[in-house]
Design a protein around this ligand. Structure first.
Ligand SMILES: Cc1cc2nc3c(=O)[nH]c(=O)nc-3n(C[C@H](O)[C@H](O)[C@H](O)COP(=O)(O)O)c2cc1C
Length: 328
């Protein structure tokens, strides 16, 4: 079968789907090189976050999230898809190879525009066993295992680890500085950059940056953050921990694909989700978490709470034209 004549336009629509994926601090650390029969997703190292993500783990997870959106969207739009991770020195990219095929309807692809990280309280309702099975299946990947935690006592332990993580991170002035640089305190900032953490998406009031920075100096503390995070975790239907077998970029990308599928499956089921990654971002806590989970030397990559809750305002994305180029 020959490639469609309007391939670049179609491929750009797949890039648009990919950019709707989750990314750490909404940095959108990706670029897309469009070839004749493939799209290469490459890291944008100008968008690194060395304080929260010193080894680029989250950056590559974000690439995996974008790749999974692209894969699911492509299948639903009539493409046969193969994925390959390529490495060149310290840089890794994802090739999505595309061949025309029959479109396959998919509730996960349909959920792409509705998925979000919901930074809000969930209502304490449990998820059904059938839904938990679907979520676990969605989050499974090659060399990546999902661990579902729904037991109340175990959720308390996760909350305790998150609280310890908040204490370490929020007491670190460099970590705070990096976070604040990615906060968009008002609509004007958010629409100018089309990235970052827009206060509105977390239900926070809008204000000028100068006032926001001043206020955070007083109100952003481990105590204030834990007052929110701990009950939010305890009122979740459960927590997913994504664990990879090997601690390398290929597995981080796969972990991102697993998370994105999980989040889309949750969205399709009417469940919401939000990351609580503090225990995997602080190295000493990550070890503690691995021991507690009994996964030995395997790396816990991501921690996500899920449950029933409100829809929050959507975060913004840069347009496709800002992130694509033709393959060289
Ligand atoms: C690797 C990774 C790590 C993340 N870590 C956190 C986190 O610790 N806390 C949090 O609230 N959101 C976290 N997020 C969510 C992003 O902030 C979110 O995806 C981004 O702001 C875009 O918003 P959206 O997913 O609602 O579209 C993370 C996302 C990724 C991909």
């Amino acid at each position: 079968m020959s490639i469609h004549r309007d391939t670049p336009v179609v491929f750009e629509s797949l890039v648009a789907d990919a950019t709707m994926a989750a990314s750490s601090h909404n940095t959108q650390p990706w670029r897309f090189e469009i070839g004749e029969k493939r799209i290469r997703i490459v890291p944008d190292f100008t968008r690194r976050c060395p304080m929260v993500d010193p080894d680029d783990h989250h950056l590559y997870v974000s690439l995996g999230c974008a790749a999974e959106n692209m894969v699911l969207a492509a299948a639903s739009k009539g493409w046969n898809v193969a994925v390959e991770v390529r490495s060149s020195g310290n840089a890794h990219s994802v090739d999505v190879m595309l061949q025309p095929a029959t479109p396959v309807a998919s509730p996960l692809a349909d959920a792409i525009p509705r998925r979000q990280c919901t930074r809000a309280a969930f209502d304490g309702r449990q998820a059904s066993t059938d839904d938990l099975v679907l979520l676990e299946r969605a989050a499974s990947g090659k060399g990546v295992t999902p661990m579902m935690i729904t037991d109340k006592n175990r959720l308390d332990t996760v909350a305790e680890l998150v609280a310890q993580g908040n204490t370490v991170q929020l007491r670190d002035p460099c970590w705070r500085k990096e976070l604040i640089a990615w906060i968009r305190f008002n609509e004007r900032e958010a629409r100018r950059t089309l990235d970052g953490l827009w206060s509105r998406t977390s239900g926070n009031p809008e204000m000028p940056r100068s006032l926001g920075e001043l206020l955070l100096r007083f109100v952003l503390s481990p105590r204030s953050q834990n007052r929110k995070d701990v009950p939010w975790i305890k009122n979740s239907a459960g927590v997913l921990v994504v664990v990879s077998e090997v601690d390398d970029a290929a597995h981080w990308i796969e972990a991102g694909r697993c998370y994105e599928r999980f989040a889309l499956q949750a969205t399709a089921l009417g469940l919401r989700n939000a990351f609580i990654n503090q225990p995997v971002e602080v190295a000493s806590l990550r070890e503690q978490l691995a021991t507690w989970l009994g996964v030995g030397s395997r790396r816990p990559d991501l921690v996500v709470r899920f449950g029933y809750g409100p829809e929050m305002p959507k975060s913004l994305r840069r347009p496709v034209t800002d992130v694509v180029s033709a393959a060289g």
